[in-house]
Design a protein around this ligand. Sequence first.
Ligand SMILES: *[C@@H]1O[C@H](CO)[C@@H](O)[C@H](O)[C@H]1NC(C)=O
Length: 496
Amino acid sequence: MDAAAMSRIGLAGLAVMGQNLALNIAEKGFPISVYNRTASKVDETVGRASAEGGLPLIGHHTPRDFVLSIARPRSIIILVKAGAPVDQTIAALSQFMDPGDAIIDGGNEWYENTERRLREAAARGLLYLGMGVSGGEDGARHGPSLMPGGHLQAYHNVQDVLARVAAQVDDGPCVTFVGEGGAGNFVKMVHNGIEYGDMQLISEAYDVLRTVGGLSNSELAEIFADWNSGELESFLIEITADIFRVPDEHGDGELVDKILDKTGMKGTGKWTVQQAAELSVAAPTIAASLDSRYLSGLKEEREAAARVLDQAGIGGEVSGASLGRSIDKKRLIDDVRQALYASKICSYAQGMNLLRAKSEERGWNLNLGELARIWKGGCIIRARFLDRIKKAYERNRVLANLIVDPEFAREMVQRQGAWRRVVGMAIEAGISTPGMCSSLAYFDTYRRARLPANLVQAQRDYFGAHTYERVDRPGSFHTEWSKIARQSKAGAGAFN
Ligand SMILES: *[C@@H]1O[C@H](CO)[C@@H](O)[C@H](O)[C@H]1NC(C)=O
């Protein structure tokens, strides 16, 4: 095969994401070879490429033909299920690859697996990237957010392709070299954790508006559409507005009301919370969203609990219905919008601080402002306010927390009244808003110069002699708490 007829890049793994990304690459004018073990997947993709006007995409049915059809140094994207399938695909392809060629794993892989594969690839002279890809099916086809990390040379080899394939925003394509090792996968993982938080917070806003405010689906559709033209503008708010408009094809009303209230998950949110714990970074909003998914899964238990507590008389205690009657709808809607925004800032602050902690641990030198920028388009959490987050980190690269950026600080203060009203009302009505409550508690804990941790320290020193520090002098101290307390009790007794 002469060099001109060779493909610029290859892609193996033609499930939904793989097919769409391959078509996207071909559409941008980069000849691409595709491969899948299941021959029908290859034929399906080739069929789509020709249906779309003869895109430069060539299908191959054996790993050898596939690899050899790509111009050197080769870059091969693999999009298969994380874990063992990635290792199997690498094994099948790498035997035909040459030193200097690169493998780019676009799956939601655990970052340490990528670091292991980086080492294994290096031992054979191969380059490796772990690349987060966000945007779902549509993003993959028309412009995803790409988070490649690993071997810088492997990135340079495909930089032109990725820059054209990624979503485009006002300040460039939504792709950047994230960092070495598993940095790309880690950043994608935290992106997904933030996504969990966003979805939870939106669902709580919906619950408050529906349950306390008594709003109908068509009213909700209008409100979310309206929010999407302001500070909350984002992909998730936009699709939420759409969701409320879809009728149920099997009966009356809207489909959303017929969906079983049990949330699924694939693991990246759990990894985010585990990593936050490992690094001692508080991420309560993201953790609350994960816990909410776990609790949602206990559908039968929740139904049983509802019956037991109903019989125990809880209906008379929580006042959702009575609140509903006296509610100023317009004010409630505006308050919920502000509560959602403030809660979201806290959630992003947690995600960003988790990224920074990991970056320090691993020496990744992550650029948080640049990460906010590549999330502005293509991905699931794309949102107008990511531009503000980008600017906050540009103003101050070592910003301790988004909350203390002067602009965000002002916004938080402006919204705290509404935020407290919404959370207070939800608590009174017995509607759980764990995301909003966690965000508010995070804010109130972080902004208070003095916390009751002094008492916890005293307890620790009392029962475990763990010592404590003092506010007024240096050093570490231990007190014989029980002895002194007994003496002073005895002393106090003497007065009686
Ligand atoms: C090919 O397709 C099958 C079924 O869709 C999938 O399980 C497999 O991981 C794909 N990838 C490769 C590289 O064969």
